[in-house]
Ligand binder design. Sequence first.
Ligand code: NAP
Length: 302
Amino acid sequence: MYEVLIIGAGPAGMTAAIYASRAGYKTAILEHGVPGGQAATTDMIENYPGFPEGISGPELMLKFFEQTQTFGVEVIYEQVMSAELSGEIKKVTTENQTIEAKVVIIASGAKPKTLGVSNEGRLRGRGVSYCATCDGFFFKDQPVAVVGGGDTAVEEAMYLTKMCSSVTLIHRRDALRANRTAQNRALNNEKLHILYDTVVDDIIGEDKVTQLSLKNVKTDELSTLDVNGVFIFVGYSPNASFLPDDLAVDAHGYVITNEEMETNLPGVFAIGDVRQKKLRQVTTAVGDGGAVMHAVDEYLRD
Ligand code: NAP
C-alpha cells in the first residue's frame, strides 16, 4: 500500500513525487513511457528559470528524474488501464497488477491533436510543432503557418508575429472560432494573413518543412505555401481514458479541481496538463506539483 501514488512522470508528477517522498510518504509514480512527458520531446526549453543558456527538454527532464531518485521515489513502468478512486483505499489497475494507495495524484498530461496528414509525424520537430512558446524562436525572421481557428491558434499566431517574418493562419471554415477580442487583434495585425475555407492537404519537406500543400474546401482549388514551420493548434485532448466515470471532468475531458488541486473525490488530486487550466507549461506543471502537497498532507494527516 502506497501513501501517495502518482499517475504520470511528467514535470507535474515528478515534482509532486519529490515533495511527497521528501516529506516522508511512501511514494510511487506510474509511467508507461519515458519519464518527462511532452517536455521530454521539446528540443530546447528557454523559459524554465535557472538555465540562462536554455536546456534541452530531455536533459531537464532527466534532472527532474534524478531528483526523484535522490528522495527514493519508486517508479513503476506500467500503463494504467483503469482506476477505482471513490473508496478510502484507491485501486489503480495496470496491465499487470492492481496497486493500492491512500492518495492518488493524476498527472497523466494531455496530447495535442494531430491533423493526420502525411509527413506530419516524420517532420515533427523539423518544422512541425504543437507549441509556439517552445519553438517559435527557432523560426525568427522566417515565414510560418498556423493551423486552426480557435483561441489557441489565434493567440499563438499573434505570439509568432513578434518573431517570424510572416504568419499565415489556415482555418477550415469561413469564420474563426476564437473570441471576438482575439479575432479583432488578429485582423489588425499586418504580419498575420488569414486563409479561410482552407485545409492542409500535405506537409512537404525532406529533412525539414519547406512547403504546405493546401486545398480550398469550397472551390477544391489546390495551392502551395512556402513556410519553414507549421504550428498545429486544432485542440488538445487529456490523457484520461482510464479515469472512472465518477470523477468530475469538464466538457473537454479535463479533470476539474479547485486551487488546492482537489478533485470531487476525497483523496484524489489532479495536476499539470490533465487538469482544467489556462496555461499548460513546464513552469505551471511544476507549480501544480508543489502546490498539491499542502492538501495531500492535510488529507493524510486527517
Ligand atoms: P478549440 O477551441 O477546440 O479549437 C480548435 C480549432 O481547430 C477550431 O477552430 C477547429 O475548427 C479547428 N480544427 C479542429 N480539428 C481540425 C482539423 N482536423 N483540421 C483543421 N482544423 C481543425 O481548441 P483550442 O483553441 O485549443 O481551445 C481549447 C479550449 O481552451 C477552448 O475552450 C478555448 O476557448 C480555450 N482557450 C482559451 C483561451 C483564453 O481564454 N485566452 C486561450 C486558449 C484556449 P472549427 O472551428 O471548424 O471547429
